[in-house]
Ligand binder design. Structure first.
Ligand code: ATP
Length: 452
């Protein structure tokens, strides 16, 4: 199934291999016209749901490059590492923890390098090609860059591995400018970069990706209620954008597997064709980050209780963290259907939620004559004001329907003789393939009702 999806994405303009004309760049992908639109749909819907339509949320759009002290305070410089081993023959690199976990079926997160080396020796674990492995070494997941003209001492800066830290760094600015009362949250969408040892599985794990993150600030004794609230909100949103609820599961991360900042984490896992893996994460980050930034920056990160000015606290934090690219992949997997039709033919159809599809409507003049193109263009310019439309007049109508099934367009509007003579169009439903005749004057209402 994964191969079918990857090939459809290339063929139909969703996702292309990165830098393809130069032989590509391993595990980099470029979003084509339809993929770019779907990413935009995901981000817009997220922003609308979690930021714009909630009185307890505000947004942020921070710089990718930050003062390197941020990453010392956050603990990333010291702990954002993965244990790396190398195949002594092929020199291919692997994450030691994943190899060990696959071999002995035990989660080894949090184990030291020495303990991992012992497990490899004890269980005689080899590389996937059957060769000896080097001892594990720590490998930083952060991309380092040099800043400077060359005259002064070059300064090391990092590409951010998450968007979250910028939210903490701006906590004071936001609370002072927005006068929000606890509980409240800050949401942000942006690129993150990780020097992953084993990127792969299409857009599931890449070196460069986009995150949609929320830091939700609460009173310490309220964290459990908010944690539950956000878990439910994340699941509800998954459902609303067309992530198959039957493939989505909660995984309570064990104490050993928790990240250095977390007291509780639930991963929302999804059944991808290559295995059940993390789609999104929800973490209780305590007051770890704000406390550390207060200590490192020497700036107060306290919040003053508006009902009691003498009460100054460092709020605790719930963090719903979601990747845009993984979300798109889960939507592609959920939408992909291969159907056998009554005549024995097969069709591939992407059953996206209508509002998430690249196009809402395809406008298809049956012929390039008899006044049909003129009528079709009139309808196009009218509908374009409210819907994402594509005008398509090439090939037989059957071929055009198939193409729009493959890109998930929920409604195809055919302009034919009846349109010119009687003012009606034929609307074909993507999922049922049923056709209906609708008066042009009722088109707008018809589509508004169906597209949610
Ligand atoms: P994993 O265990 O898969 O490496 P993680 O636990 O390190 O993920 P988080 O740090 O919780 O991931 O990041 C939040 C979200 O960002 C993830 O749930 C995922 O949706 C997305 N994400 C993380 N790493 C990548 C990546 N390399 N490529 C694409 N998306 C990613």
């Amino acid at each position: 199934m994964m191969e079918d999806i990857v090939s459809l994405c290339k063929r139909r303009g969703f996702i292309f291999p990165g830098s393809e004309i130069y032989g590509g760049l391993a595990n980099s992908w470029d979003y084509g016209p339809l993929g770019a639109q779907m990413k935009m749909n995901i981000k817009n819907d997220w922003w609308k749901t979690f930021v714009a339509s909630r009185a307890d949320m505000v947004g942020l759009d921070s710089a990718i490059l930050m003062n390197p002290k941020v990453w010392e305070a956050s603990g990333h410089v010291e702990t954002f590492n993965d244990p790396l081993v190398e195949d002594k023959v092929t020199h291919k690199r692997y994450r030691a923890d994943s190899l060990i976990q696959d071999a002995i079926g035990q989660n080894v997160d949090g184990k030291s390098l020495e303990e991992l080396a012992n497990l490899i020796a004890q269980h005689n674990i080899k590389s996937p090609d059957g060769n000896e492995l080097t001892p594990p070494v720590q490998y930083s997941g952060m991309f380092k860059m040099k800043l400077g003209s060359g005259n002064e001492e070059d300064k090391i800066i990092y590409l951010r591995p998450e968007t979250a830290q910028a939210i903490f760094v701006n906590f004071k600015n936001v609370t002072e400018s927005m006068r929000k009362k606890l509980p409240f949250g800050i949401g942000q969408i942006g690129k993150a970069f990780r020097n992953e040892i084993t990127p792969g599985n299409f857009i599931f794990r890449t070196l460069e990706f986009e995150q949609m993150e929320i830091e939700y600030f609460v009173e310490q004794d309220q964290w459990e209620t908010h944690f539950t609230h956000w878990l439910e909100q994340m699941e509800a949103w998954a459902n609303s954008i067309g992530v198959d609820a039957n493939k989505l599961h909660r995984l309570e991360v064990s104490k050993d597997g928790l990240a250095h900042y977390s007291k509780r984490t639930v991963d929302l896992e999804f059944d991808f064709p290559f295995g059940t893996k993390e789609l999104w994460g929800l973490a209780y980050r305590t007051d770890f980050d704000l406390n550390n930034h207060q200590e490192y920056s020497k700036q107060k990160m306290t919040y003053t209780d508006p009902d009691d000015n003498a009460r100054k606290i460092i709020p605790h934090v719930i963090e719903p963290s979601m990747g845009v690219d993984r979300t798109l992949l889960a939507m592609l997997v959920s939408a992909f259907h291969q159907e056998t039709l009554d005549d024995g033919d097969t069709r591939i159809v992407m059953k996206f939620k209508p509002n998430m599809a690249p196009f809402h409507v395809a406008i298809l003049p049956l012929m390039k004559k008899s006044g049909m193109p003129e009528k079709a263009e009139e309808i196009l310019s009218d509908l374009q004001k409210s819907f994402r439309c594509e005008y398509d007049d090439s090939g037989s109508i059957g071929k055009r329907y198939r193409r729009h099934d493959e890109i998930g367009t929920p409604f195809c509007i055919t302009i034919d003789f009846d349109t010119v003579e009687k003012g009606t169009v034929t609307i074909r439903d993507r999922d049922t393939m049923k056709q209906e005749s609708v008066d042009i004057n009722n088109l707008q209402d018809y589509l508004t009702q169906k597209i949610t």
